[in-house]
Design a protein around this ligand. Sequence first.
Ligand code: CU1
Ligand code: CU1
Length: 275
Amino acid sequence: MAIRKNQATLTAAEKRAFVNAVLELKRRGDYDAYVTTHNSFIMSDTDRGERTGHRAPSFLPWHRRFLLQFEQALQGIDATVTLPYWDWTADRTPQAGLWGPDLMGGSGSGDDSRVTTGPFAHDGGNWPLTVAPDSRDFLTRDLGGAVGDLPTRADVDSVLALATYDAAPFNSSSTGFRNNLEGWVGVNLHNRVHVWVGGHMSTGMSPDDPVFWLHHCFIDRLWAGWQKRHPDQGYLPVKATRNVVALHGTMKPWNDVTPADLLDHTKFYTYDTDY
Ligand code: CU1
Ligand code: CU1
């Protein structure tokens, strides 16, 4: 069984294997479809219309399926690779090892916030952006530039304490665990981290920055942590509900998977430790 690990515990060889698999996927021309897919859902997910990837109960199962597909693509290149997660409650400064030259590279520099260090720096030649919000083809970041602080462990614990998975109207104004975790209300967990990284991470094309996968892997682990804390609670809505994916509804773009199919992550992988 594949084990997803905290990026802070990866060996040098494990970091290299992950980075090389990502670069190889990009070299083969298979990476950018993930950026396109993610952005198309960001653009079409709306509070009053159909919503699947974001602002919706299926935010968590949608990204779980999206990460699984990406992880399987990496494993087709190197079977030893699993997605690492970034615990941003612990590794919360631009000096953290995550941003070192052997993993994600550092913050952007200069007026254009261009990433110039690490494997995804444009000048290395391996990371030209082909799906981008503007004509610039280099990755950008501005770590901590737009919001001061990443969420704390206390912030996370307060959200994991919420017993109800989601609530009507099942959009970005809902109470409940999912919307507090996604970050449209309350202490703001997931959205705040995108904005903290800045640059491409704060756009719909956020998978242009490979830290997207490490961030979402941690979000996925927090969902599992919520399930463990609330064994008598589950995905909502259960019954068919206009514009959102119910427990047994099929999820675009795959159409062969429902939230119910994705509730138990241990069918696919485990985490090194539970949150
Ligand atoms: Cu997303
Ligand atoms: Cu996200």
